[in-house]
Design a protein around this ligand. Structure first.
Ligand SMILES: [Zn+2]
Length: 424
């Protein structure tokens, strides 16, 4: 079903409006959005209802966001939990359980589970998903890797799927092998990125340098799991920032997790963030899995919560996204490939002010994963009309009551019930 040419009285978040947008009582006034040929043609302050063209929808203050990016998922592991027996607590216990599950993996198994994840993402209003794919061998491409490449093609136009080779850091110890791995990733297609698991248990500055240099040689962007631990001596992030500067890396580098910043003395953590702000690093925070996997000991209530320094990162202008991470696998038994859930968790654990007006951009700024420098002032005008309408939430409580939505893709309703907006 096609939406009309005019969506009136939409409530857009402050970050998506120009700085001179009118306000009433310190709150942005509602917007009138004109749609044409699947795009948003213009965004203006809402005007007199009397001049509303027939057929227009009156959204009466409904919260509206652009389509979401889920910047960090593991579609290859999703939905494996039901077939697991006992899983030891913590990140390393989950990794062990996952390794034992590998006997069940076949292309058909991975395809079925990953497709389910993409379907859920599509239904909740996500337009762009990035998945990591576990990669254990130096000479063999994992069986899930070509499955993701096929799914990227099949879902093109609905969900843009990117795939990151999540390669054990020791496989980069040898520079020529690092280059071979990077070339294999590059040959997959433009949706592929080089990645690695950077943790104090496998730490090697040499291997990390080889990874970054190999990506640079192959003109690849990078997406790393970094310092996913509460060990204050973890130096993955600060070393990544230093090497990127040394080699003059011009691609985009995503650093996910970086929990260790929360365990370090503030002066040290802030110095690292200052260095991160000077290189093309985007931070991705994964609050749900951090809560479940950090400070995890059987029978003991966790004390430290593992969220990274999200406010301090944003204060420094560092692009930052919240994402789902693991869904219904040994790393995280919950989850639904809905990044709004991740923000709901972050809003509590990181005590975020103003989730809708300020922090919702951490779900929508797909451009923060891209190489080209982000626009100073993001705007919907001219963008594809991929929109999510929250029919039962208000800005005070959002993202509570956000499950009921209407999703528009290129100006057509793909999910949800738009009947309440129809003219009477
Ligand atoms: Zn992850």
């Amino acid at each position: 079903m096609k939406a009309p040419a005019l969506l009136d009285n939409t409530r857009l978040p402050r970050w998506l409006l120009p700085s001179d947008w009118p306000q009433r009582d310190g709150v942005p006034v509602l917007a009138r959005m004109a749609l044409e040929a699947g795009r948003v043609q213009s965004v203006q302050p809402a005007a007199d209802a009397a001049v509303r063209p027939p057929g227009s929808w009156d959204l009466a203050g409904t919260l509206v966001l652009p389509g979401f990016v889920d910047a960090h998922t593991h579609l290859d592991k999703a939905f494996t939990l039901p077939r697991m027996k006992e899983v030891q607590p913590g990140l390393l216990g989950a990794i062990d359980a996952m390794l034992n599950d590998r006997v069940h993996w076949s292309p058909a198994d991975v395809r079925e589970r990953a497709s389910r994840g993409l379907q859920w993402a599509w239904e909740c209003g996500t337009t762009h998903v990035r998945t990591h794919v576990d990669w254990w061998e130096p000479d063999a491409v994992p069986l899930a890797w070509p499955v993701m490449a096929e799914l990227a093609q099949e879902w093109a136009g609905k969900v843009r799927l990117e795939q990151v080779g999540l390669i054990k850091l020791p496989l980069f110890e040898d520079a020529s092998q690092a280059l071979r791995l990077a070339r294999q990733v590059k040959a997959t297609g433009p949706q592929a990125l080089l990645g690695g698991f950077v943790h104090s248990t496998n730490w090697s500055e040499n291997a990390l340098r080889n990874l970054l240099v190999a990506a640079q040689a192959c003109d690849l962007d990078i997406d790393l799991h970094v310092d996913e631990e509460l060990n204050a001596s973890a130096v993955g992030l600060q070393t990544t920032a230093r090497i990127l500067r040394e080699i003059g890396f011009e691609g985009r580098v995503v650093c996910g997790h970086i929990c260790a910043l929360a365990a370090q003395p503030e002066a040290q953590a802030f110095a690292t963030l200052d260095a991160v702000a000077r290189v093309p690093i985007t931070v991705v925070s994964l609050p749900a899995t951090n809560l479940l996997l950090q400070d995890a000991v059987t029978g003991r209530t966790p004390r430290q919560r593992g969220i990274t320094l999200v406010k301090e990162a944003r204060e420094r202008g560092i692009p930052l996204l919240f994402a789902s991470d693991n869904v219904q696998d040994p790393f995280c038994r919950l989850g639904s490939f809905d990044p709004v859930e991740a923000l709901g968790t972050a809003a509590l654990v990181a005590q975020l002010d103003d989730p809708f007006d300020t922090w919702s951009q951490a779900l929508c700024r797909s451009d923060w994963l891209q190489r080209a420098s982000a626009p100073a002032t993001p705007t919907l005008a001219g963008a594809t009309a991929d929109l999510v309408l929250f029919t039962q939430a208000d800005r005070h409580g959002w993202p509570s009551r956000s499950a009921t939505r209407v999703v528009l893709r290129e100006g057509c309703v793909t999910h949800g019930d738009a009947a309440p907006f129809f003219p009477r």
